[in-house]
Design a protein around this ligand. Structure first.
Ligand code: GLY
Length: 345
């Protein structure tokens, strides 16, 4: 059995948010250090996890009295009904505001458990043990929590920062390849948000660097009133591809296609040179992710999904690269929007 490293030996990324600041710890076996990051004075811990995570042998010991609450395995756990179930079970156990929640799993578990912690007794501390690449470099950092409604994803939620995040890179060995691909699309995105030399880094350092990029963005704009929107780079097309439902893409694959699309659009809008578009294709290809629309994709249908509640393409905001970095751009010529879709067929 490998001995888990001490917290001094693993990578540590600060998320600077004044009195809500915390650290993200990244390394193999770091989940075994959970007891050291559970806030002092916490009496009991509700561990929320999924059956698949527990079955993969990813368990935790928060070092205080605890109970494990196991949810189903799918995204559908992100529902108000599950929040109510968990809150009722917490109340029946007698969890109080002096106690805490620990979420162990991917983004669905951390979003659900984070939101439950945000609303239970008007808010109790939460610690995340992120076990998927997507969870480690995106969902667990920055305090967005929430659940879905039949009308749309993440429509009910709260900003609720965790007290600490443990990104256990050992857990990634248990991930199915398609789950890993989901995270790689987000990783590709970070190549363009900051010039961070990600290419040359081994995986744990690369994860920590992505977290550091996100932490810097979140510290500057916790509640997404401006800069935080850069984290949605590549997501306009990605969300449309996912919302269509018929393309069966993992989130990371959809983001990868969305990044190349955003580059083609920025190029056609005169914001970046062709060489920058090539860079997008190279990064996405380097992660072995798709750079083209799925066969037979309906461009007009995707444009309608861009607009969703708006009738005209001119009303859609795209996050586009340019001389001053990635920025929101509205009012683009609808022909450019369509032409750029054709360019990635
Ligand atoms: N996933 C985007 C954000 O945290 O803002």
């Amino acid at each position: 059995m490998t001995v888990a490293p001490s917290l001094e030996e693993v990578l540590r990324v600060p998320v600077e948010l004044g009195e809500r600041s915390y650290h993200v710890w990244v390394g193999p076996g770091v989940r075994h250090r959970l007891a050291e990051v559970v806030p002092g004075g916490v009496g009991r811990v509700a561990v929320v996890t999924q059956a698949a995570v527990a079955d993969a042998g990813i368990t935790v010991d928060p070092g205080v009295e605890h109970r494990v609450f196991i949810t189903d395995n799918d995204e559908h756990i992100k529902a108000l009904g599950t929040v109510e179930e968990l809150c009722r079970e917490f109340a029946q156990w007698g969890l109080t505001r002096r106690d805490a929640v620990v979420a162990v799993g991917g983004g669905a578990v951390t979003d659900l458990a984070g939101f439950t912690a945000a609303v239970y007794h008007r808010g109790i501390p939460v610690v995340y043990v992120a076990t998927t690449l997507l969870g480690q470099i995106d969902a667990s950092v920055g305090g967005k929590t929430g659940v879905n409604l039949p009308e749309g994803k993440n429509l009910v939620g709260a900003f609720w920062q965790p007290s600490a995040v443990l990104c256990d890179t050992e857990a990634l060995d248990t991930l199915p390849p398609e789950e890993m691909r989901s995270g790689l699309g987000e990783m590709a995105k970070y190549h363009f948000i900051a010039d961070a030399g990600l290419d040359s880094l081994p995986l744990p350092e690369r994860i920590a660097r992505c977290v550091a990029i996100k932490a810097e963005v979140v510290a500057a704009d916790e509640r997404e009133s401006g800069r935080r929107a850069v984290l949605n780079y590549g997501h306009t097309l990605a969300h449309a591809l996912e919302a269509h439902g018929g393309y069966h893409l993992r989130h990371g694959e959809a983001v990868a296609i969305g990044l190349v699309y955003a580059a083609e659009l920025a190029h056609r809008a005169g914001r970046i040179e062709a060489r920058r578009v090539d860079e997008h294709r190279q990064v996405v290809g380097g992660y072995d992710l798709p750079a083209s629309l799925p066969a037979g994709a309906d461009a007009d249908g995707l444009v309608r999904l861009f607009s969703r509640d708006k009738k005209a393409v001119g009303g859609v905001t795209f996050m586009l690269d340019g001389p001053d970095g990635i920025e929101p751009v509205t009012g683009l010529d609808p022909d450019l929007v369509l032409e750029s879709l054709e360019a990635i067929r």
